[in-house]
Design a protein around this ligand. Structure first.
Ligand SMILES: Cc1ncc(COP(=O)(O)O)c(C=O)c1O
Length: 369
C-alpha cells in the first residue's frame, strides 16, 4: 500500500515531499563544493532548533541511530574509573544504564515507577551520597509517554559538577529544548521521530566543556570520537562517508521546520495533536485513561492505559487492512500489570491523519463490542 501510515512512536509517517528527496543523486562526500552545501546549513539550522546560536556547542551529525550517539556520549565524556548516575523512568532510561555498563564504566540506576517522571529531590540524594561524573536522563520516555524535568535535574547535577547527558530521541524537534540554558552537556536524537524523517541518522550537540573532557578521555574508539566530528565540522564535512540520501532529507526538512513551518508553530501543532488524543481518551471509551498524570504527559506520544480484555490483535490487524500500523504498547509494562497502547503525534502528523486514525479505532471497537 503506497500510503501506508506508521502510527507507532517511531519510525513515523514521512511526508511525500521528503520521500522524493530520498532519491537524490549521491555526491562525493569529500567534494569541497557539494558537502559544505549540505553540512553548513544543517549545522546552522540545528543550532537554531536547539537555541544554540552563538554558543560554543559542537553539532554532531552521525550516520547511526540515536543509540550510537548515546554510546558516544559515554565513550567520550566518562573515564574508565568514573561513575554515572542513570535516571530511569522506563525502557529508554534502562537503555542508558545498559550502555554505560557495556562501555565498562560504573553505572548506578535511579528508577521511578512507570508513568511517573523522575523526582529531582530523589536525584539530589543520590548525588549527595556518591560522586558521579555524569548523569544520564531521557527527556521524553517513549515507552510511557512521560516528559522528565530535565532543566531542574540538570541544575542539580551541575551543583555536584556532573555532566548532563540527555536522550532527546523522541522530543528534539517536537517540543522546545533550550540546550544551553538547561545546562545540558550532550544531547542526542534520531531522525525517525520528531524530525519526521526515515531512520538512519542521529544528531546531537556537545558543550565546550564536554568537548574538553573528550580530549582527556582515552579509548573512545574511532567511529564516535567527538574530536573527529569537531575536526570535520571545521571543514563542513563528516568524519566518515555519511548516509547521503538522509543528509539530503535532513537538510530539506530542517529548512522546512525553521523557515516554512516555523519552530514555535511545530511545537504548538504537536501540543494540539496531543490534546486531541487526550480529549478522545475521555470520550465514550470505557476504561481508557491517560497512563501518566496530565502534568507530565508527552506532547509527542500519548500512552493510553486500557482494560486487559481489549483485543489489540484484532484492532491491529483491522487497522493494517485500512493502511495503518497500530502500536500495541510497550510489552514490558504488561509484566507490571499495565496494559497500554500508544498514539504518536510527533513529526509531520496532521489533524486530518490523526482524526481519521482515531475514528477508525472507534469503529473497530464498536464493531468488536
Ligand atoms: C527515548 C528513546 N531513546 C532511545 C531510542 C533508541 O533510538 P534508536 O532506535 O534511534 O537507536 C528510542 C527509540 O525508540 C527512544 O524512543
Amino acid at each position: 500500500m503506497s500510503d501506508f501510515k506508521l502510527m507507532i512512536p517511531g519510525p513515523v509517517y514521512v511526508r511525500p515531499e521528503v520521500l522524493n528527496v530520498m532519491s537524490s543523486i549521491p555526491w562525493g562526500h569529500r567534494d569541497a563544493v557539494e558537502t559544505p552545501k549540505r553540512m553548513k546549513p544543517i549545522r546552522e539550522n540545528l543550532k537554531k532548533l536547539l537555541y544554540l546560536e552563538n554558543s560554543d556547542y559542537e553539532i554532531i551529525v552521525s550516520s547511526s541511530s540515536g543509540t550510537g550517539l548515546m554510546e558516544a556520549a559515554i565513550l567520550n565524556c566518562v573515564a574508565d574509573d568514573e561513575s554515572v548516575l542513570c535516571i530511569s523512568i522506563g525502557a529508554f532510561g534502562d537503555l542508558w544504564h545498559k550502555i554505560v555498563e557495556s562501555c565498562g564504566k560504573k553505572a548506578v540506576k535511579a528508577s521511578f515507577e512507570p508513568g511517573n517522571a523522575a523526582d529531582p529531590q530523589v536525584i539530589e540524594r543520590y548525588l549527595k551520597d556518591e560522586n558521579f561524573s555524569a548523569v544520564t536522563i531521557t527527556h521524553n520516555e517513549t515507552s510511557t509517554g512521560v516528559v522528565n524535568p530535565v532543566k531542574e535535574i540538570a541544575d542539580i547535577a551541575k551543583k555536584y559538577d556532573a555532566f548532563v547527558m540527555v536522550d532527546a530521541v523522541s522530543s528534539m524537534a517536537g517540543i522546545p529544548i533550550s540546550v544551553n540554558e538547561w545546562n545540558i552537556d550532550v544531547i542526542v536524537a534520531s531522525t525517525q521521530k520528531c524530525f519526521g524523517l526515515p531512520p538512519g541518522l542521529a544528531v546531537g550537540a556537545v558543550s565546550g566543556e564536554a568537548m574538553k573532557k573528550s580530549e582527556m578521555v582515552k579509548r573512545k574508539g574511532t567511529y564516535f570520537n567527538f574530536l573527529s566530528f569537531r575536526d570535520s565540522n571545521a571543514k563542513d564535512q563528516t568524519p566518515t562517508t555519511p548516509n547521503e540520501a538522509l543528509i539530503d532529507t535532513l537538510n530539506f526538512q530542517l529548512n522546512y521546520i525553521i523557515n516554512e513551518e516555523g519552530l514555535e508553530n511545530r511545537f504548538i501543532r504537536h501540543s494540539k495533536l496531543a490534546n486531541i488524543v487526550r480529549d478522545w481518551i475521555g470520550k465514550d471509551h470505557q476504561g481508557f485513561k491517560l497512563f501518566p498524570s496530565y502534568d507530565v504527559a508527552s506532547d509527542t506520544v500519548t500512552c493510553i492505559q486500557h482494560p486487559p480484555e481489549l483485543d489489540k490483535n484484532s484492532i491491529k490487524s483491522q487497522l493494517r487492512e485500512k493502511g495503518y500500523l497500530f502500536d500495541g504498547g510497550y510489552k514490558k509494562l504488561v509484566a507490571k500489570g499495565y496494559h497500554t497502547f500508544r498514539v504518536p503525534t510527533m513529526g509531520d502528523m496532521t489533524e486530518d491523519i490523526l482524526n481519521e486514525y482515531l475514528s477508525h479505532i472507534d469503529n473497530i471497537i464498536k464493531k468488536n463490542d
